[in-house]
Design a protein around this ligand. Structure first.
Ligand code: FES
Length: 393
C-alpha cells in the first residue's frame, strides 16, 4: 500500500527476517518501528542501511538484503555463529600467527560492516536558516494536542516528526482512544507546517538542526515544545533478538497497515506494561487466521532458530507462537530535552524530564509522556491544557 512503511509491506509479503546482525549474522526482524533497532535495515534503490520502518512505500522500490553471503535466507556467513557458539573477540582472532593473520584480515575486511557504499554519490546540501514561531518536536498525541491549541490561538506552528505519517501512538493504538486529539488536529491541519520523515539532529545554542527529506534547516524558534513521547520498553532476556520478537506498539503500527507478524501471536505484558498489547488482541478478536493470546509476566527466554517459536516466562510457563509481542513499560524520550538543558531525573522505567507546567526554560517546553504523563486521552489533554496556559501566562 502506498505510504505504508516499507518494512510492514515486506512482512506482509512473507519476509520477517529482513536483516542480519553484523558479526554473527544472526537473522533480525523489525522490532520497534521507530528507528531504534537494526532489524529492518536493507538496501533500498541502491542506498545502504535504510530503515525500512521509517521509509514510506512509493511503489517500485528495489529492496535488497545486505550483509549476507549467498541467498538471503541461508547466508553462509551464519557459519560464524555455529563455529563460535560462545562468541569471539575479532580483535585477537589469529593475531600474531604468521601468515594466517594476514589472510584473516583480508577476509574480515571483506565481510565486516553493514552494507556496501551507495550506487550514487549524493551531493552535500547546504543548511538554510529559518525563523519559526513555534516548533513542536513530535507528532504523536501530545504533539498534536498542543499544536492544535496553539494553532487555534493563531500561532504559526511547525511540527517535526520522523514517522511516515502523523499521530504516533495515537494512530498506532487500535481503537478510537485518541480520536478526539486526531479530529481536533485534522480541523487545523491546513494551518500547520507538518514535516514528516524529519529528524531533529541536535541543538546548537538556541537553534535546532532539522533534516527533512527535502532540505536541511537550522531553526530558530520563538518557542520549542518537546513532545517526543517515549521509547518502547526493551527487556533483557535470552533470544529477545529473534525475528518475531517485537514491541507490542510496533505490531500495532503494522496492524494499522494490515500486516501481522505471525499466525499465533503471544502478547507478553510485564508489570506496569500496556496499553498496546491488549488493544492489539482486542482488534484481532474474531479474525480466524490469527490466534492472539495475552499472558502476564516477565519473559525470561525466547526460543527459535530463524524466527521465534516460543517464549518462557519467569513463572516457568512456556507459550508457543510464531510472534511474541512485548508490551513493557515505556521509557520517556528525554535525550533532546537534556541537550536543551532540561532537568532529568531517573525513575524505575527510565529518565524523565522534570518541568513545572511544562517549562524547561524561557521558550523551551515539554509535554506528554516525555514528562511522565501517562499515555491516556484524559492525561494528555489535561497536560496540554496546562502547558498551553503556562505559555500564555
Ligand atoms: S529500526 Fe526499523 S524496526 Fe527497528
Amino acid at each position: 500500500m502506498r505510504g505504508e512503511p516499507l518494512a510492514s509491506a515486506i512482512v506482509a509479503a512473507g519476509t520477517l527476517a529482513i536483516a542480519r546482525s553484523p558479526k554473527f549474522h544472526r537473522p533480525r526482524g523489525p522490532a520497534c518501528f521507530r528507528s531504534a533497532c537494526d532489524g529492518c535495515l536493507a538496501r533500498v534503490n541502491g542506498s545502504p542501511n535504510i530503515m525500512t520502518c521509517m521509509t514510506p512505500a512509493r511503489g517500485g522500490e528495489v529492496v535488497e538484503s545486505q550483509n549476507t553471503l549467498g541467498p538471503r535466507n541461508m547466508d553462509l556467513l551464519r557459519l560464524t555463529d555455529w563455529f563460535f557458539p560462545e562468541g569471539f573477540n575479532h580483535h585477537e582472532l589469529f593475531a600474531g600467527v604468521v601468515g594466517v593473520q594476514k589472510v584473516m584480515q583480508i577476509f574480515a575486511r571483506r565481510i565486516a560492516g553493514l552494507g556496501k557504499l551507495p550506487n550514487e554519490h549524493k551531493a552535500p546540501r547546504p543548511a538554510k536558516r529559518v525563523e519559526v514561531d513555534v516548533l513542536v518536536v513530535g507528532g504523536g498525541p501530545s504533539g498534536l494536542a498542543i499544536a492544535s491549541r496553539l494553532a487555534e490561538a493563531g500561532r504559526d506552528v511547525w511540527i517535526a516528526d520522523d514517522g511516515v505519517s502523523f499521530g504516533g501512538s495515537a494512530s498506532a493504538l487500535p481503537g478510537r482512544t485518541f480520536k478526539a486529539v486526531l479530529s481536533r488536529f485534522e480541523a487545523i491541519r491546513d494551518r500547520v507546517q507538518l514535516h514528516l520523515g524529519s529528524t531533529i539532529l541536535g541543538t546548537f545554542g538556541d537553534d535546532l538542526l532539522l533534516v527533512t527529506p527535502q532540505e536541511t534547516l537550522v531553526i530558530h524558534a520563538r518557542d520549542v515544545i518537546l513532545a517526543t513521547g517515549a521509547h518502547d520498553g526493551v527487556l533483557a532476556f535470552e533470544g529477545n533478538d529473534l525475528p518475531g520478537v517485537m514491541s507490542a506498539r510496533a505490531a500495532c503500527v503494522m496492524l494499522r497497515w494490515g500486516a501481522v507478524p505471525g499466525s499465533r501471536v503471544i502478547v507478553v505484558v510485564p508489570e506496569g506494561g500496556g496499553p498496546f498489547g491488549e488493544a492489539y488482541a482486542r482488534a484481532l478478536e474474531g479474525v480466524d487466521t490469527v490466534d492472539v493470546r495475552v499472558v502476564k509476566g516477565e519473559p525470561t527466554k525466547a526460543s527459535g532458530t530463524n524466527r521465534v517459536k516460543s517464549v518462557t516466562l519467569a513463572t516457568g510457563a512456556t507459550h508457543t507462537g510464531d510472534a511474541v509481542l512485548i508490551d513493557a513499560p515505556r521509557a520517556p524520550s528525554y535525550e533532546l530535552g537534556e541537550q536543551l538543558g532540561a532537568k532529568i531525573v531517573h525513575e524505575p522505567h527510565g529518565f524523565v524530564i522534570k518541568a513545572e507546567n511544562g517549562r524547561i526554560r524561557d521558550g523551551v517546553w515539554a509535554t506528554g509522556e516525555v514528562t511522565n504523563v501517562p499515555l491516556s486521552l484524559a492525561a494528555i489533554e489535561a497536560d496540554s491544557d496546562k502547558v498551553f496556559a503556562a505559555m500564555n501566562a
